[in-house]
Design a protein around this ligand. Sequence first.
Ligand code: KIV
Length: 313
Amino acid sequence: MEFRPRLRLIGKISTVSSTDQKPIYGSAPSTQTTPRAAKVTVPSIRNRKGTDKKVLCLTAYDYPSARLVDEAGFDLILVGDSMANVVLGHASTLKISLEQIISATRAVKRGADRPLIVADMPYGTYHISAEDTIRNGLRLVREGGAQAVKIEGGVARAKTVKALVEADIPVLGHIGLLPQSTNTRGGYRISGRTVESARALLEDALAIQDAGAFAVVLEGVPEAVATRISERLEIPTIGIGAGDGCDGQILVFHDALGLSFGPAPRFVKRYANLADMARKALSELANDMGTGCFPTSENTYPTHEELPDNWDQ
Ligand code: KIV
């Protein structure tokens, strides 16, 4: 986690007491002094292959979600382009820009210390040329603080993966259901349901591995196919809607916590219903504000001396 001064001085106010030295909104960034677990790296994820330690991954898009994901012990945080859907309310992931992912990655970096931070390369940022792809990948690393990037596609993207890896930008591959290919494929399609399609998927996986990816996401793939691909590969597979035969799993933060709207995809398991909790809490707050039950004297600041009646004259 980056070092952050705990007090942002505004103007010339420099005589604050120590009790005032915390951010005015929310809580202070961690000042934890206990020893921290070793940071997860690209090689340490790669070396999980063949062990029985699953690679635990979740998305995050901001400081609080990153802190919570780190505290829960996840190994890898993906700043996914799913942010377009679950944070920005777009119908597809095609809408997100490189700048938006860079900005989100910076916030995630401030919140997470141990997990590996992987940033999604948005639609259009790795489709033009190797030079443009590398330039965009470097921005995610240098400006965002990502330690690796993710791109969608198999055989067709192998050269792109290779170019990034040769530029010292580690790549997490992503094959199977490809949200960025929704227009080409005519929607969100499960791959590998026929022998021909399962073989094509294996070819995709091998091509991405040969191009130098350190791991590959398998999205929306029948379990039997994902399990076999996982056995064939030398790099870890991270499943989403691909069964438990993969070397790791990933979900979208908002889906796992019940913070997304509308029906969840079949592969999602909700571990909380934060939207319902927030609805209840917010309607209580609105009621308290409206009825004068909030704020109370506990939520206001006392003066340091008694004010005479005519203090304002
Ligand atoms: O953007 C994203 O969240 C993803 C995961 C679903 C793998 O690509």
